[in-house]
Design a protein around this ligand. Structure first.
Ligand SMILES: Nc1nc2c(ncn2[C@@H]2O[C@H](COP(=O)(O)OP(=O)(O)OP(=O)(O)O)[C@@H](O)[C@H]2O)c(=O)[nH]1
Ligand SMILES: [Mg+2]
Length: 595
């Protein structure tokens, strides 16, 4: 098998091409730094079975940010048969230098001029044959997004592979020793093979940016846009959620109850009130989450995220962070894990650590499920949206407080230049791929964490045998009683304390745990919860859930990305302390005010 690496600057469409060629679902987004790790898949190229490797984008083979290191290490450690350099056709003048650097590695190389569609729209003409002659490497124009030119590019790659010598590791450092003549070479190449119109006509992106990046309209517009996205998520997601609940109930009444009737009481209770109730309650939120990610994919693919980074950069700088950190926080609203990995684009370690410390405070979609559920169950309809909104504000405040407190310890001064890619209409294909991969992700979590968590809660609440479920005599009751001195002042009772412990595994387990602890489902569960707490206690619980220890996957990612146990400990302990303080202040303050 041959190995071919896709290499190029960030946001040139490597992952889009990778997905198109291999049918994979690698993440794609219209901002630099989407891919931060290797992805591989097999594909037939001519007569060769090829392992195609999608690499993170890099500006320069000298680069030393963590994602650029991934590329360097890969080239130095893996045997590569050929490299496909992916360039953005409308920026060849800036990107050719990288192609020349790759040439210096003396690996068989094919140059792919991607985004040919955009270049054409901008009136840029590239003479591929002449460029190929000048570079001394084959050149193929294509559009990864629409598929034009892809068969020709594959044929060219097959020819490169036909002639390729046995693979070897690249000596990156040695090859880059003399760099000085490259600039002149690029200039000569561009002059001979590229025609750029005298004045690039003002295109739609610039017109949109005049409004969107307006000095004082920009930020309000951004927050309005986010608000609209959230409204849309609930507007589309809620009816779907009801449908799943209805379906789960139907299956239980129509199939499971009759089917399981012959089983002994204990086993039936375990399967119906433990596993089915717990996992089913969580599953009801899947549609909401999928819709959420559909919208996130659209925002990501449009190019608006880079604008968000631009707009917020000045504010983030005061926190010791920058616009990229803001984008990662925003990604964190989907899931903290990819957001943490996304910080690899920061080359300055202190800033990277500071943003990794703040990202777990982002109200991720798993926590959103808990809050939507509790707010609907316990808080009066008129007040519920405000409680949810308040939690987003609290999430933001926790980030600000954390950054301000720790920016001294993680001080950095890396200059930051954001690139603003042109706006692109999200394609249905990409949005669909993203939504689908989230469903799969949820199913994996469901089998791994949620199921196990729910079963553990059931065991804790139903043993020793014969006790009242979740009563003071059960194991869960003992745990709750032990935690009472710490959590009591926050208005969190023993039952909720048990749910919190399991929320450490995955936040979704919290709702599953409610179903198991109360032995109820759907509307009955909501009513049961409403009886056992008022909105102040519920909000205090939600505030704690928002800030305290991130889930197990997040902790594992923190550890892997920081490569530091001390930092991981801080990233677990600090939120715990902050959560306690925030909930204590809220609960006692509200009670003091007579609520
Ligand atoms: N118009 C047009 N857009 C494209 C084409 N190929 C990719 N894109 C868009 O370019 C953006 C970046 O695509 P990605 O595949 O994520 O780019 P990447 O090179 O993997 O980026 P990094 O992982 O950040 O290095 C996305 O919005 C794609 O939809 C193309 O041929 N034409
Ligand atoms: Mg990519």
């Amino acid at each position: 098998m041959k190995r071919v690496a896709l290499l190029g600057m960030p946001n040139t469409g490597k992952s889009t091409l990778f997905n198109r060629l291999t049918g994979s679902h690698a993440r794609v987004g219209n901002w630099p730094g989407v891919t931060v790790d290797l992805a591989t898949a097999r594909v037939l190229v001519g007569a060769h079975m090829v392992e195609l490797v999608d690499l993170p984008g890099l500006y320069d083979l000298h680069g030393f940010s963590d994602d650029e290191m991934v590329v360097r290490h890969f080239l130095e450690a893996a045997r590569v048969d050929a490299v496909a350099v992916v360039l953005n056709s409308s920026q060849v003048d800036r990107q050719l230098a990288l192609a020349l650097q790759v040439k210096a590695l003396e690996l068989p190389t094919l140059v792919l001029l991607n985004m040919a569609d955009e270049a054409k729209r901008f009136g840029i003409e590239i003479d591929a044959a002449r460029l190929s002659g000048g570079l001394g490497m084959p050149v193929a124009p294509l559009s990864a997004r629409y598929g034009t030119g892809v068969p020709e590019a594959l044929a060219a790659l097959a020819r490169v592979l036909d002639e390729a010598p046995p693979p070897r590791e690249a000596a990156v450092r040695a090859a880059l020793a003399e760099d000085h003549r490259r600039e002149e070479q690029v200039e000569a190449l561009v002059k001979s093979a590229v025609v750029v119109p005298e004045r690039l006509s003002e295109h739609a992106s610039d017109r949109i940016d005049r409004v969107v990046l307006h000095p004082w309209l920009g930020l309000p517009l951004f927050f309005l846009a986010m608000l609209a996205v959230f409204q849309a998520v609930f507007w589309v997601g809620s009816p779907l959620q009801d449908a799943v609940e209805w379906l789960a109930d139907l299956v239980r009444k129509g199939a499971l109850e009759p089917l399981l009737a012959p089983l002994p009481e204990m086993a039936r209770g375990f399967l119906l009130d433990g596993v089915w109730a717990g996992v089913g309650t969580v599953a009801a939120f899947v549609p909401l989450i999928v819709v959420f990610f559909f919208f996130l994919a659209m925002v990501e693919d449009s190019g608006y995220l880079s604008r968000a980074a631009f707009l917020t950069d000045a504010f983030m700088a005061r926190l010791g962070l920058d616009g990229r950190a803001f984008v990662m926080l925003l990604m964190g609203f989907g899931c903290n894990v990819p957001a943490l990995m996304g910080t690899r684009v920061m080359r300055d370690r202190p800033m990277r650590l500071l943003s990794m410390l703040t990202i777990p405070m982002s109200l991720c979609s798993a926590r959103l499920q808990v809050f939507v559920f509790l707010a609907a169950a316990v808080v009066a309809p008129a007040r519920a949206p405000w409680v949810l909104f308040g939690l987003y504000v609290a999430s933001f405040a926790a980030v600000v407080v954390t950054a301000l407190l720790f920016r001294g310890r993680f001080a950095s001064r890396e200059p930051f230049v954001i690139e603003l890619p042109p706006y692109r209409l999200p394609t249905l294909r990409q949005v669909w791929l993203r939504g689908w991969s989230e469903v799969k992700h949820f199913l994996r979590r469901a089998t791994r964490f949620i199921f196990i968590g729910v079963v553990a809660v059931w065991v804790l609440t139903h043993f020793p045998a014969g006790v009242a479920p979740a009563g003071p005599q059960s194991w869960a009751g003992w745990v709750g009683a032990a935690l009472e001195p710490v959590l009591g002042p926050l208005g969190i009772d023993e039952k909720l304390a048990v749910a919190l412990i399991f929320g450490f595994v995955a936040k979704e387990v919290v709702i599953g745990a409610f179903a198991v602890i109360y032995g109820l489902e759907g509307d009955a569960l909501a009513a049961g919860l409403a009886q056992s707490m008022d909105w102040v206690a519920a909000t205090s619980f939600m505030l704690f859930t928002l800030i305290y220890t991130p889930c197990l996957s997040t902790v594992a990612t923190l550890r892997a990305e920081s490569r530091s146990v001390a930092f991981t400990t801080l990233a677990v302990a600090w939120p715990l302390a902050l959560a306690w303080l925030a909930s204590f202040a809220f609960y006692q303050g509200m009670r003091a005010m007579g609520f």
